[in-house]
Design a protein around this ligand. Structure first.
Ligand SMILES: C[S@@+](CC[C@H](N)C(=O)[O-])C[C@H]1O[C@@H](n2cnc3c(N)ncnc32)[C@H](O)[C@@H]1O
Length: 248
């Protein structure tokens, strides 16, 4: 089943990429729109419920704002909350995020398992970044809130890491922008390399489902095909979007 959640203000909900900590809507409004998006995922059968600890999300957000070096990010507070909540609900033992730049998107996922927002015990939260300098910065950032090493960054190609991962991947987050030729089309290559490691029900998150929909058309066709995924919902509450899918 392919579906869509769209808020009325999705195209005007614009953040400053260089100043991601600035609040651009009231907290109540942010919570309400994310709650409705989570409801759409529950209705589609992708996540079992939509309950998560709101205070822990805010503790996570404050720690990231205080200690992470973030040159820019397109992750709105809505998106940070949604990604955190999906991880908090699904509690994947192993989470891999591919294409994580400075680590902000990675920690939005891993923050449900490590740091002040932690609400469960994971085995591995792995962020993969192909540019060594960016990977090093992301690792420095992650270390500021996770002394355990459960959350960690690898300087590598996401395709290789998921293909070689020894275990099941409960949640896969995709944000790599590939080469000039492939662009975000690389999501499908990473997903196919991970496919055998994803158990039925594994959740796949793909950022930029709206603003990169053209480059993602093969990826989106794959996850929206009922032969591959039991459900896939395009969450459109900011100009970037997030496709949320569950493996069949
Ligand atoms: C544009 S950034 C994502 C930023 C994120 N959406 C945000 O708002 O913070 C994409 C990152 O993917 C990395 N990348 C590209 N291809 C990759 C691959 N095959 N494996 C891992 N990382 C990759 C790039 O180096 C880049 O840092």
């Amino acid at each position: 089943m392919a579906g869509e959640f769209r808020s009325s203000d999705w195209d005007t909900h614009k953040m400053d990429y260089a100043d991601p900590h600035v609040r651009i809507e009231e907290l109540d409004s942010e919570i309400a729109v994310v709650d409705r998006a989570l409801g759409a995922l529950v209705d589609a059968g992708i996540i079992p419920h939509k309950d998560y600890d709101h205070d822990k999300l805010l503790a996570h957000r404050a720690a990231v704002a205080e200690t992470f070096e973030i040159p820019w990010t397109a992750i709105t507070h809505r998106m940070q909350r949604l990604i955190y909540a999906v991880n908090a609900v699904c509690q994947p033992t192993n989470m891999i995020a591919a294409g994580i730049f400075c680590g902000n998107t990675f920690i939005s996922n891993a923050g449900a398992a490590v740091g002040p927002g932690a609400c469960y015990q994971a085995a591995n939260c792995i962020g993969v970044e192909i540019k060594p300098d960016e990977a090093a910065r992301a690792e420095r950032n992650v270390r500021t809130i996770d002394p355990t090493g459960i959350a960690r960054i690898l300087a590598a190609d996401g395709i290789d890491v998921v293909r070689d991962f020894d275990g099941q991947i409960g949640l896969l987050y995709l944000d790599a922008d590939g080469t000039e030729e492939t662009g975000k089309g690389v999501y499908l290559d990473i997903l196919k390399a991970a496919w055998d490691k994803l158990p039925a029900g594994a959740v796949i998150l793909a950022h930029n489902s709206v603003n990169c929909a053209d480059r993602l058309q093969h990826y989106l066709a794959f996850v929206r095909d009922p032969a591959n995924c039991s459900a896939s919902v395009n969450i459109i509450f900011d100009p970037e979007g997030l496709e949320v899918s569950a493996k069949k």
